[in-house]
Design a protein around this ligand. Structure first.
Ligand code: GLN
Length: 482
């Protein structure tokens, strides 16, 4: 059978259990696809053909698991035992974690086959995949454009069928924004839903791991596998995990959908606005109760995020000093000189900018004015959502203000880069679950994403709304012309 790489995990599962194909057919096909395309797209920083074959052999003996034989690509900030894990940074050169992240253990435990590591912005700082020490990944829909970031490699690989599933991480939009720009599905689960043990921390009060997939059903299957309490991550919550595939019902009759007016203001691209408006009409046509509403503190979200996230990052990155992990600069005079040289040579310029910003915000005399104040405004933003979810089951917005921009277009202007996260950041600040699903294309063929948010631990409503939309539209079926 041809073109196995283009199928979803649930379709492949069906074919495997009907014995019309074997997992090694899928693996061969996916690696063939990678060889054909990845020189152009550059989504994958480490390919692991031999290890993938070995683990397929091992899991074939058992022939079981929710993801038996399904290829998965792992973002390069998630630890895989004995395999280079670099966060796309020179400073982690040569680092091989001595353990697996919990999500990796769970995916493999259900029979998934790790095929390699995905490119990303350095330490997940960015919205374009351009800050990677490996160079940029390209958008499969237009190779001159960015795939989004920071999980740009994961999203581009799913969109170009170089993998069936991918794991990403999302601190301010890093799963949803690249999913939107590449025309695939990306879910940031509720803060605490998925264990982050083995995720190299960016901003610990914001980070979540989640699935990037070709359709909504695959995202539900993957969340079933990775969600749940883990004693190795104290922020993971001890709540039962529902079977998310049960939420895949084609029905939004009576669903109360809020549309925040603050998300449809100056700066929103016209084609994005139009696609989202059409998507809202689809929901209305299917019997959802759609109402315009307000999240009044939205305008502060980007400012709050760019204090909280760099502050936490500066503290998390303090451990990379050439002593225990990765790269160490040569020819240092003494230990202080070694720290300085290692960090100056090891970190890229965006990482340095974040460390400087963050350290400044946390320093004596500035902590109250910046970090503490930002945390107070963050509470206001969360309270907007608390109030909204008393009246609405979910909230629908654009995922990004515009489709993918050109490579190099924003690298000289960090502020305009930061503004590409305006619509995704609030969910992280409030700890909410949010998905991005394809909802249209620009005239030039660039994908546009629709974001759906719900209250904490209500991924089920998100799946219900997203699945209903997907089953009534065709946007997710349009593949890039490669
Ligand atoms: N683009 C945002 C940033 O640069 C978010 C990144 C992320 O979610 N990891 O911080």
């Amino acid at each position: 059978m041809e073109n196995l790489h283009s199928l979803t995990a649930h379709k492949l599962k069906e074919l495997i259990s009907g014995e019309s194909i074997s997992p090694s057919d899928i693996l061969n096909d996916v690696f063939h696809r990678i060889e054909l395309l990845d020189l152009k797209i550059k989504a994958i920083v480490l390919k692991n053909r031999q290890k993938a074959r070995d683990s397929l052999k091992a899991s074939s003996a058992k022939k079981q698991g929710k993801l038996f034989g399904i290829p998965v690509l792992i973002k390069d900030n998630i630890c895989v035992k004995d395999e280079a894990t670099t966060c796309a940074s020179k400073i982690l050169e040569g680092f091989k974690p001595p353990y697996d992240a919990t999500v990796v253990r769970r995916m493999e435990g259900e029979g998934a086959i790790l095929i390699g590591k995905a490119n990303m912005d350095e330490f997940a700082f960015g919205s374009s995949c351009e800050t990677s020490c490996y160079g940029p990944t390209r958008n499969p829909h237009d190779l001159e454009r960015i795939p989004g970031g920071s999980s740009g490699g994961s999203a581009a690989a799913v969109a170009s069928d170089e993998t069936v599933l991918a794991l990403g991480s999302d601190t301010g939009g890093s799963i949803r924004q690249p999913a939107a720009l590449c025309g695939v599905v990306g879910l940031k689960p509720t803060y605490g839903r998925v264990s982050r043990y083995g995720l190299i921390a960016f901003a610990s009060s914001l980070d979540q791991i989640g699935p990037i997939t070709k359709d909504v059903e695959d995202a539900a299957i993957m969340l079933n596998v990775i969600a749940g309490h883990d004693e190795m991550d104290s922020t993971s919550v001890e709540l039962p995990v529902p079977d998310y595939t049960k939420s895949l019902v084609k029905d939004v009759l009576g669903l109360r959908i809020g549309v925040p007016k603050e998300y449809f203001v100056k700066g929103l691209d016209e084609e994005v606005a139009m696609s989202v408006k059409n998507a809202i009409d689809v929901f209305k046509g299917l019997g959802a109760k759609v109402t315009e509403m307000s999240l009044p503190h939205t305008e502060y979200a980007v400012s709050v995020y760019y204090i909280v996230a760099p502050a936490e990052a500066s503290s998390n990155l303090a451990r990379f000093d050439g002593v225990q992990y990765g790269f160490r600069a040569r020819d240092a005079r003494d230990i202080v000189d070694m720290y300085i040289k290692t960090r100056s040579e090891g970190f890229g310029s965006e990482a340095k900018r974040r460390i400087l910003l963050g350290t400044y915000c946390l320093s004596t005399g500035y902590y109250d004015a910046y970090y503490l104040k930002a945390q107070k405004v963050r509470t206001k933003i969360r309270e907007d959502f608390d109030r909204a979810f008393e009246s609405y089951d979910c909230i629908v917005t654009p995922t990004t203000p515009a489709p993918a921009f050109k490579i190099g277009e924003k690298t000289g202007d960090p502020l305009s880069m930061y503004l590409s996260d305006v619509y995704t950041i609030p969910a992280n600040l409030a700890g909410l679950p949010a998905i991005s699903i394809p909802c249209g294309f620009s005239k030039t063929g660039l994908p546009i994403g629709l974001q759906i948010l719900a209250k904490p631990f209500d991924e089920e409503t998100i799946f219900r709304a997203a699945y209903t939309f997907e089953q009534n539209t065709d946007h997710h079926k349009k593949k890039p012309n490669l």
